[in-house]
Design a protein around this ligand. Structure first.
Ligand SMILES: Cc1cc2nc3c(=O)[nH]c(=O)nc-3n(C[C@H](O)[C@H](O)[C@H](O)COP(=O)(O)OP(=O)(O)OC[C@H]3O[C@@H](n4cnc5c(N)ncnc54)[C@H](O)[C@@H]3O)c2cc1C
Ligand code: FES
Ligand code: FES
Length: 482
């Protein structure tokens, strides 16, 4: 029977007896007795369980910080894992981030410290400069209840872009070690099976053969169901071993993101071609979540508060749906069919998401309103693709999330605005149009009245920012801080 093979702190592990649905956190703590990795929330929010997972990329190894509480052991196949126990050099010398935390008095009870150390080590290993926003981004997925963040941030600033340490050596050795692995097709334990298709036809065949199976991309939605609700399907099919699904294709008219491309991998492309989408995605979960999660997973979950879905509506994205019979693009309007429902039929899966490039004079803007800036689910998300000529709205695709059972386009709003002068007075009666498009509900994230008011104000913000581009980025911070 096939075993899951990976490197753990430089040592080979071959596991053939752990359940496929065991989380990596449980595995580390109970099977390997590596108890430095902590369980705080078990739902991806606190970062206490952060580890680094390295994968080979063009012959080199890149370590990413991830939440081990959301990952399943089979996801470790062909990876190199580093836990806090592996940060220390073989001669016992502390890693620079451990030194920095010590020197900055950045630990009190110490429960959060291993998670911070791992997030900081991944940040340092990535070679990022000591810019405040990057440090914030790297640490936003870790919570500390007692020390306070200033010394932790100081420690991180101290190691940013720092001297290469023994991890660089480990990365070279790990990359060489992983190079010789031959792929496995499945990992089976009793009734449970985790499949590892390595080609697109193989994936299509498995999806057809096992209509009850769940596709497993990053597992940041599914991992939560396993960790919290102890629910899983007997058959799980990984998408991340299929090279076509890891591809980003830049065409003249569109950019296509394979269904297993993570947010972190997609972000550099968003930043260049759709910066507003990049800004929204940077607030989706934490870096640990974005290192695992995918846009395809967000789309297939079809949550009314999925952050990327309004953006995909406004950008007129095409969802390329594949089955054993072939692949076909589907519009967002055809793809999302209801509350957490899509038009995917048994045997079908998302192969990629195609984003048409903006053409002059189109602009794309997107906003996320949540109670906290980081690590929070949106009360309202809005996305707009607008084209203006001589002060008049030529075209508009407006979409909102958090305003009803599904994220969707605001067609009454679009009708009320297209062809009109792009002035504040055009938006004077926009509340009525919004009320025709949406009947939001009250919940702990916001009342229906708040959501309608917020949506109208986001349209006003769009008008101000497009009329006065120098104000773009000024209003959001104030608004979100309220
Ligand atoms: C702590 C935390 C914070 C979060 N914050 C946010 C947030 O701020 N905003 C937000 O929108 N979401 C958030 N999420 C939810 C989640 O991270 C996203 O929805 C993410 O995009 C899911 O992607 P994934 O690859 O992890 O999906 P998975 O969990 O692997 O899969 C999700 C669903 O998609 C299906 N699926 C995956 N790939 C395919 C495919 N190729 N074809 C068909 N179906 C497929 C799966 O079968 C499953 O039903 C958060 C989650 C956590 C745990
Ligand atoms: S235990 Fe809190 S993020 Fe994993
Ligand atoms: S030091 Fe106690 S939680 Fe951070």
């Amino acid at each position: 029977m096939a075993a899951i093979r990976f490197l753990l702190n430089g040592q080979w592990c071959s596991e053939d007896s752990v359940p496929p649905t065991m989380t990596v956190l449980d595995y580390l703590r109970t099977v390997r007795r590596l108890t430095g990795t902590k369980e705080g929330c078990a739902e991806g929010d606190c970062g206490a369980c952060t580890i680094m997972v390295g994968r080979r990329e063009e012959g080199r190894l890149r370590y990413d910080a991830v939440n081990s509480c959301l990952m399943l052991v089979p996801q470790l196949e062909a990876t190199a894992v580093v836990t806090v126990e592996g940060l220390t050099a073989p001669d016992g010398a502390l890693h620079p981030v451990q030194h920095a935390l010590l020197e900055a008095d950045a630990t009190q009870c110490g429960f959060c410290t291993p998670g911070f150390a791992m997030a900081m080590a991944a940040f340092q290993h990535g070679g990022e400069p000591a810019r405040d926003e990057l440090i914030h981004e790297a640490l936003a997925g870790n919570l500390c209840r007692c020390t306070g963040y200033r010394p932790i941030v100081d420690a991180c600033r101290g190691v940013a872009g720092g001297a290469l340490d023994h991890l660089a050596e480990r990365a070279r050795a790990d990359a060489a070690g992983l190079a010789g692995l031959s792929p496995i097709a499945e990992y089976r334990q009793g009734e449970q099976c985790f499949y590892f298709p390595h080609t697109l036809p193989e994936l299509a065949r498995l999806v057809k053969q096992h209509p009850e199976a769940q596709l497993w991309a990053g597992g940041t939605d599914l991992g939560l169901v396993v960790a919290k609700e102890r629910r899983w399907s007997p058959a799980l099919i990984a998408t991340s071993f299929v090279p076509e699904l890891k591809r980003i294709t830049v065409g003249p008219d569109w950019i296509e993101f394979g269904a297993a491309v993570t947010y972190s991998e997609a972000l550099p492309y968003f930043d260049v071609s759709f910066p507003a989408l990049g800004a929204v995605v940077r607030r989706l979960g934490s870096r640990q979540i974005r290192n695992l999660g995918t846009m395809a997973g967000n789309l297939a979950t079809a949550s009314p508060i999925g952050d990327t879905i309004p953006c995909l509506f406004a950008l007129d994205a095409a969802v390329v749906v594949r089955s054993i019979a072939g692949a076909r693009p589907r519009t967002m309007e055809k793809f999302i069919t209801g509350y957490r429902r899509t038009s995917l039929a048994p045997g079908e899966f998302i192969e990629s998401i195609r984003l048409p490039r903006l053409v002059q004079p189109q602009q794309f803007h997107a906003f996320k309103l949540s109670k906290r800036f980081d690590q929070d689910i949106a009360a309202v998300t809005a996305a707009f693709r607008i084209a203006l000529a001589d002060g008049v709205v030529q075209s508009l695709r407006a979409a909102f999330g958090g305003m009803g059972p599904t994220a969707k386009r605001a067609t009454a709003v679009e009708e009320a605005i297209i062809g009109q002068p792009w002035t504040a007075s055009t938006l004077a009666g926009i509340d009525q149009a919004l009320a025709r498009d949406f009947a939001p509900m009250d919940d702990h994230r916001g009342s229906a009245a708040y959501r309608l008011r917020a949506a109208a104000n986001l349209l006003r913000r769009l008008q101000i920012e497009t009329a006065r581009p120098d104000l773009a980025g000024v209003a959001p911070l104030r608004l979100e801080a309220l």
